[in-house]
Design a protein. Sequence first.
Length: 162
Amino acid sequence: MRFIADAMLGKLARWLRLAGQNVTYIGDYRVPAEKQDEILIEWAKDRNRTLLTCDIGLHRRAKRAGVRSVYIRGADVAEQLVQVSKQSGKKIQIDPRSSRCPMCNGNLILVGKESVRDEIPVSVLKTHREFWRCKSCNKVYWQGKHWKTIIEMAERCEKMRG
């Protein structure tokens, strides 16, 4: 699936990217607030993306314009992930082998320790074996302390999805 998320859904966009989904996030661009709705609908239509929005008015305008749209309710990101999963008919799973960069939506590639040696703390080099680099922004990722949170979120979503 390919999504476009409104400015209120930055956290959801990052989590969907971690789940390997291709998500354009309007908050990544310098778009004046008064033009955002128009641009979201236009980009969703032109780029064949499903609009994710927590604005019921925008959701309705998108539907009238023939754009696939998911109206996101609530602020809990696990519930939001389940909503997207159910509405799109696609199981949302977080797996580092298929994740995208949560910051820029770029593809992540597995890289060796030597290629990131000068970019990460020595303690991380000593305690981790797998590293991923974003092909777009070059940010380096590893399964650090935050990984427990990611796994817990994935498990919580799985339970909620039923």
